[in-house]
Design a protein around this ligand. Structure first.
Ligand SMILES: *[C@@H]1O[C@H](CO)[C@@H](O)[C@H](O)[C@H]1NC(C)=O
Ligand SMILES: *[C@@H]1O[C@H](CO)[C@@H](O)[C@H](O)[C@H]1NC(C)=O
Ligand SMILES: *[C@@H]1O[C@H](CO)[C@@H](O)[C@H](O)[C@H]1NC(C)=O
Ligand SMILES: *[C@@H]1O[C@H](CO)[C@@H](O)[C@H](O)[C@H]1NC(C)=O
Length: 597
């Protein structure tokens, strides 16, 4: 199924050049990296008719907003200098397991219903019971003639007890980290193919992973087929020495600082969390439990800076792994026919908005992650501003492998070649979350249960917004053009609301009606509707963006829409707690609105 018609491409191309940075630019990168690289022609040398290989490096909880990439010289050398950074790349659920399931299936969490790290709402057992073991990327790639390999963490609640009930499908060879040892940096358990798990007492998880990744790459290169290899180190996730495969265990677990390889333990003694305006601000942020957070005292600020240093130290092992993988690709003459992806399952915050270390929030820190792609035809040293998300990655890999996209993909292939980058994609990201938010770090430990929300991140010419509706029916609206650190909630009724403020020349009330209707469509969208949600509100196709929707003619239509709301907070995707599901569609005769079926 082709999602973009020629008409779309022409329409998008007309406005593409003007799409601005969504934030204050590529502030974290070395100045040399900001310069645009040469316009590469597709390099087919060595490719023949063979499909390209895919190497996918997936880190755990790695931020982009706290500058973690600045501390990774090999990622800079092999990926940022030689590939394209997608600076507007987002996850759709800021929690490991739901995000990973969305990544490997190309579907939103509301369409996988794997919304948590543990059963009943998430984890490996829920992945299995939802039928995805027969229906996810490695299975599809094998069907298309690929050999497929994986090492590291696949999902949460994938344990030494359930790993063979059933085994993960779809991999030619695999070597998975298993709970309760997944996050135990110095006592990891890995489980190879159908062999029993091995606990590597006293050995560092990254040392083990590096060996396994190189061995799998050697096997992959030696095979006759194109390969897909995913390498998923646990760094820079917190260290955990207990079991967290149930909610009761999470309550008692200590999520302490990540542990670097010994050779990196002394590095960056002066590094600190960047003191951005949203670092432990004088005024509370957000709504719900976040708005109740007290300012962090010096003990916590200092501890969190230490936590931050341990993160970037732990990432040094990942950086070495990246160098080693590139060296092997080069030595085996595979670099010209391999696409390399580097990303993380979700972002992370440390002291921003007065929060102790953690993820699970809808702020930029947690939903915006690194995505760097290098490969034939991908511009070197370039930065793309396309709005992209994790549900676009399976469709992107399908495109590279020459497989037609599936109808149940909620995302859209990312334009990787520079020539395609002038094709403007959609402006929106649908973000969703169910259940708890947990504080990490050895001074953290609090768990906030009612962290269920739906959000819309929307970025276009002259607008850059975040809108959210929470399960207690509080709301957030941030205008990131004027408030890039999300410190002023301008939703009516909150302290920073100003009566006559406008966005795109329209009153906040009118803008909020549009954002809420778009969120109403996105929160239950499937397939192409998730890519072109305005098409559901305006089936005749004359509205394709927020500015289009602001025509005063449409005011009565938007005023009549039901609002996104919840009847209570639930820990999972319980439909009857989630208010209206159906959006009205505009009909041109204006006399009545019809329900979309
Ligand atoms: C800092 O805050 C933490 C958490 O509220 C508290 O346990 C600790 O006693 C405080 N430390 C100081 C020095 O006030
Ligand atoms: C908003 O605009 C109205 C009409 O122009 C004006 O009467 C009112 O004083 C303005 N309010 C503020 C807070 O500026
Ligand atoms: C969490 O949500 C539930 C259901 O809406 C409610 O009963 C409970 O009081 C909430 N808890 C807090 C701490 O707000
Ligand atoms: C999602 O899964 C949970 C747990 O099995 C179930 O209770 C819920 O009804 C499911 N939600 C939907 C929308 O199917």
């Amino acid at each position: 199924m082709t999602i973009l018609s020629l008409r779309d491409i022409l329409w998008y191309a007309g406005v593409a050049a003007a799409v601005p940075w969504s934030d204050n630019g590529p502030k974290h990168l070395h100045p040399d990296l900001v310069a645009q690289g040469p316009d590469l022609k597709l390099n087919t040398k060595g490719a023949g008719t063979q499909k390209p290989n895919i190497l996918f490096i997936l880190t755990d909880d790695q931020d982009i907003e706290m500058n973690s990439l600045d501390y990774m010289p090999f990622v800079q050398k092999h990926l940022l200098d030689q590939g394209t950074l997608f600076r507007n790349h987002f996850v759709t659920t800021a929690l490991c397991c739901p995000s990973r399931v969305s990544l490997w299936t190309g579907r939103h969490s509301h369409n996988t219903n794997v919304t948590d790290v543990n059963p009943p709402y998430g984890g490996y057992p829920k992945f299995i019971s939802q039928g995805f073991n027969e229906n996810f990327l490695p299975v599809w790639l094998q069907g298309a003639g690929y050999n497929t390999y994986y090492t590291g963490k696949l999902f949460n609640a994938h344990t030494t007890k359930n790993y063979n009930n059933p085994h993960v499908k779809g991999f030619t060879a695999s070597d998975f980290l298993l709970d309760p040892w997944t996050y135990n940096y110095l006592n990891p358990a890995y489980q190879r193919n159908h062999d029993p798990p091995i606990i590597y007492h006293g050995q560092h998880t990254l040392d083990i992973l590096i060996d396994k990744a190189y061995a799998l790459l050697d096997d992959a290169v030696a095979s006759e087929k194109p390969f897909f290899l995913a390498v998923a180190p646990v760094a820079p996730h917190s260290n955990i020495e207990g079991d967290i495969s149930s909610i009761d265990e999470i309550k008692n677990a200590v999520l302490s600082e990540p542990i670097p390889l010994r050779r990196h333990a002394h590095l960056f003694p002066d590094a600190k969390v960047p003191r951005t305006p949203h670092f432990n601000p004088d005024k509370p942020s957000g709504v719900n439990w976040i708005a109740q957070r007290p300012k962090l005292n010096k003990t916590l600020v200092d501890h969190n800076d230490y936590y931050y240093r341990q993160r970037i130290r732990a990432l040094q092992g990942v950086d070495e792994l990246v160098d080693g993988l590139f060296r092997r690709l080069e030595e085996n003459d595979q670099l010209d026919n391999t696409y390399i992806f580097y990303t993380a399952d979700n972002g992370f915050h440390v002291s921003q908005h007065r929060l102790n270390p953690g993820k699970e929030c809808g702020f930029e820190d947690d939903i915006r992650v690194p995505l760097i792609v290098r490969g034939p035809g991908v511009a070197a040293g370039d930065i793309s501003k396309a709005v992209t998300t994790h549900i676009d990655l399976a469709p992107t890999i399908f495109g590279l492998a020459g497989i037609p996209p599936r109808d149940d993909f909620d995302g859209l292939a990312i334009p990787l070649e520079k020539a395609q980058a002038t094709v403007k994609r959609h402006e929106h990201v649908n973000v969703e979350y169910w259940g708890f938010a947990a504080e990490e770090g050895s001074l953290g430990g609090a768990i906030y249960w009612n962290n269920t929300y739906k959000s819309l991140r929307i970025i276009g010419e002259n607008y850059n917004l975040y809108y959210s509706a929470w399960c207690n029916n509080e709301h957030q609206l941030y205008d990131l053009t004027t408030d890039p650190y999300q410190l002023r909630n301008i939703y009516p009724g909150y302290a920073d609301y100003e009566e006559n403020q406008t966005i795109l020349g329209a009153s906040l009330t009118r803008v909020i009606h549009r954002l809420d209707s778009l969120l109403l469509v996105l929160k239950s969208c499937k397939g192409v509707v998730c890519v072109k949600p305005w098409g559901k509100l305006h089936p005749d196709g004359d509205v394709e963006s927020l500015p289009d929707s602001l025509l005063p003619t449409f005011d009565p239509f938007y005023e009549q829409q039901q609002s996104v709301s919840f009847s209570r907070c639930e820990q999972g995707y319980i439909l009857d707690a989630e208010g209206p599901q159906d959006a009205l569609s505009y009909s041109r005769d204006g006399a009545h609105w019809s329900h979309w079926v």
